[in-house]
Ligand binder design. Structure first.
Ligand SMILES: Cc1cc2nc3c(=O)[nH]c(=O)nc-3n(C[C@H](O)[C@H](O)[C@H](O)COP(=O)(O)O)c2cc1C
Length: 390
């Protein structure tokens, strides 16, 4: 019996990923400094819908136009760094599945794969994410390289001025900035051995991998840790609005700001000329006791006032969660973990299944809701009580 045979929803996929990965790897994906990830999911579960009867919505139109390009359905794959810890060549597998499903795939600036490889695999389904750096010439080189590779949409993340923390990982002796160095593996040897298929594939894949985009900025010949150090030193710093302004000046393509939760920040970014705003709290791993991401969506949508599209991520595990965000005014949704579960559990086939689950879930719920197209979703489909949030 195959791993995917019993996978009906994203919770099943999460369980399959959890079985395959050692605890110190799974927890690195799951947790931050507390339970913000779980809170993101719980908050989305609060939404209640109403439905219209006798509407022809049996085959709802799911496609969405983003920057003049139609995508198959309103849920893409968000940027996740260091993904080869979950499965060797995870970036490539995620990108291939996104191209096949025809949704955007955002390559993390902290990815192991090169932007050239991913642009080749995913074409204009590939977007590129990065953090502004402490050095303008470095930022310009990173941006120029993405443009030269054919990337049209740049995602500028603004949520981590300092290195993230993860108490579970610290307890297991694995640091988030040096995840899966050999020290971490030695300290969790038994855990790794108990998950032999993962361990063997990890070793066959060459063990810990460098962050491709930062190799040119590390000392010549730097190892995995040396490149991570260069990334950390350049990206985690006192980030400023001036840096965003600079990126806007030097990047001629579409610019998305990701990691916004405050309406005033959203309005300021739009004034500076960004082309879209992504409401995100980095999957709940940013700030202790932070509000769930979905709670920030409606205020940001109001502040942006339709000037640019608003995207949303954080806690989406089912189609109804996507519908809640779209009813609250998001144009498009993204997720990190739902496809990481897929790639961890079963490689590209797992990612394809996660995407298919999301797509069919969205279509099923829209048909039941009596909503014939994504463009018609809005607060009118939220039940009283949920509607006040919009
Ligand atoms: C393991 C992991 C690594 C991540 N790495 C990045 C990153 O490099 N850049 C970034 O902008 N966001 C990163 N994120 C945040 C995701 O892009 C996204 O905002 C988040 O996963 C959404 O929440 P969800 O996982 O509940 O869907 C990461 C998230 C996870 C779980």
């Amino acid at each position: 019996m195959g791993v995917l045979d019993r996978v009906v929803n994203i919770d099943d996929m999460r369980n399959a990923a959890r079985s395959r990965l050692p605890g110190f790897v799974f927890e690195g994906m799951e947790r931050g400094n507390g339970d913000g990830n779980a809170r993101n999911v719980e908050a989305l579960e609060r939404y209640r819908f109403t439905a219209r009867a006798l509407v022809d919505a049996v085959q709802p139109a799911l496609s969405v136009d983003l920057f003049g390009r139609r995508h198959a359905f309103p849920m893409g794959i968000s940027s996740v760094g260091l993904a080869s810890a979950f499965r060797p060549r995870a970036d490539e597998l995620l990108a291939s599945a996104a191209r096949e499903a025809d949704v955007p795939f955002i390559l993390s600036g902290a990815a192991n794969a090169s932007v050239e490889t991913i642009a080749r695999i995913a074409g204009d389904n590939a977007w590129f994410q990065f953090y502004g750096t402490a050095k303008r010439e470095v930022t310009e080189r990173v941006i120029r390289r993405a443009g030269d590779a054919g990337i049209k949409v740049l995602v500028y993340t603004v949520d981590f001025p300092i290195s993230p923390r993860n108490e579970v990982m610290v307890r297991k002796g694995v640091s988030l900035v040096r995840p899966l160095g050999w020290t971490g593996i030695r300290r969790n040897f038994l855990d790794a051995v108990m998950h032999l298929p993962w361990a063997l594939e990890f070793l066959r894949g060459g063990g810990p991998q460098k962050l491709d985009a930062w190799v040119p900025f590390a000392p010549p010949g730097a190892d995995v840790g040396g490149v991570l150090g260069a990334y950390r030193d350049l990206c985690f710093h006192n980030q400023t609005w001036q840096e965003l302004e600079h990126a806007r000046r030097v990047w001629p393509g579409k610019l998305v700001i990701k990691g916004i939760v405050h309406p005033d920040d959203a309005a300021r970014a739009v004034d500076m000329g960004v082309d879209a705003v992504t409401v995100s709290n980095h999957g709940g791993i940013k700030l202790e006791c932070m509000a769930p991401a979905i709670d920030s969506l409606a205020p940001v949508v109001a502040a942006v006032g339709g000037r640019v599209p608003v995207f949303f991520d954080g806690g989406i595990r089912k189609g109804a969660h996507v519908l809640a965000a779209l009813c609250l005014g998001a144009r498009y949704c993204f997720g990190g973990r739902y496809t990481l579960y897929g790639v961890s559990a079963a490689g590209q086939a797992g990612v394809a299944r996660s995407l298919e689950i999301m797509k069919s879930d969205i279509a099923f719920n829209m048909a039941m809701m009596g909503c014939p197209s994504v463009a018609e979703l809005g607060p009118q489909f939220l039940a009283p009580g949920s509607r006040e949030a919009a």
